[in-house]
Design a protein. Structure first.
Length: 225
């Protein structure tokens, strides 16, 4: 009998308003492409786990510049951090248009949407494309990803739309699950995102370079290969 293909499960813990999560997601994609070239025998599954940078964010969000000034102390500090992030993202295929962002949204709806799709075992490639599209809509286009209509349009574009989606997003189904998963992650010691969990064993924090992610993936595979 042929040997069963080795498997690699990756949990990416992230929040859609986290600048480093946007960078980390792109670097994860690059690392997965490198893994596929080196180890085409490996079956990879990627799950997206919710994390909330601000659990007190109201449903309609806050004005973006004001929120950041309150959080970081001054407009100069905000601009310095944004310049640092933009520079670090060079070469990753990720871009930021901070001037286009008008609101800091609640991300509960976006997390609920991804949980719904994963629970329904939607096409993982399409789910991954939608996750990337949500990040891009917010950071690169300034769209309000806290709005049901915006998320439904993004889901449609990814081939994951549904007739009931806007009404469902306007409800509260899976909201408690988002909060529960966030707390579970915090209870595991994760204080910041992005955070990657490989084969439920190897943990990696931060928007690491693709080469670092690749080495961690190979390390996670080594006990079973």
């Amino acid at each position: 009998m042929p040997e069963e293909a080795p498997t690699l499960s990756i949990d990416m813990v992230a929040d859609f308003v986290c600048v480093w999560c946007h960078v980390g997601g792109a670097r994860l994609g690059a690392a997965l492409a490198m893994l596929a070239a080196q180890r085409p025998d490996v079956r990879v599954t990627v799950r997206h786990q919710p994390f909330l940078l601000d659990t007190a964010m109201p449903d309609d969000g806050h004005p973006y510049p004001d929120y950041l000034v309150r959080k970081f102390g001054s407009l100069d500090a905000v601009k310095g951090l944004q310049a640092q992030v933009s520079a670090a993202a060079e070469g990753s295929g990720v871009h930021f248009d901070f001037a286009a962002i008008r609101r800091r949204p609640s991300t509960v709806k976006a997390h609920r949407l991804i949980l719904r799709l994963q629970a329904a075992e939607a096409d993982p490639a399409r789910v991954a494309a939608l996750v990337h599209a949500i990040f891009r809509a917010y950071f690169e286009q300034g769209q309000d990803i806290g709005r049901s209509a915006v998320l439904a349009t993004l889901a449609d574009a990814a081939g994951l739309g549904a007739p009931d989606l806007i009404d469902w997003l306007d409800g509260a189904e899976l909201a408690d699950e988002v909060l529960a998963q966030h707390r579970q992650i915090r209870d595991r010691g994760v204080q910041g995102v992005p955070f990657f969990i490989l084969n439920d064993a190897v943990g990696l924090s931060g928007a690491q370079p693709a080469e670092v992610l690749l080495r961690a993936m190979l390390d996670a595979l080594s006990p079973t290969t």
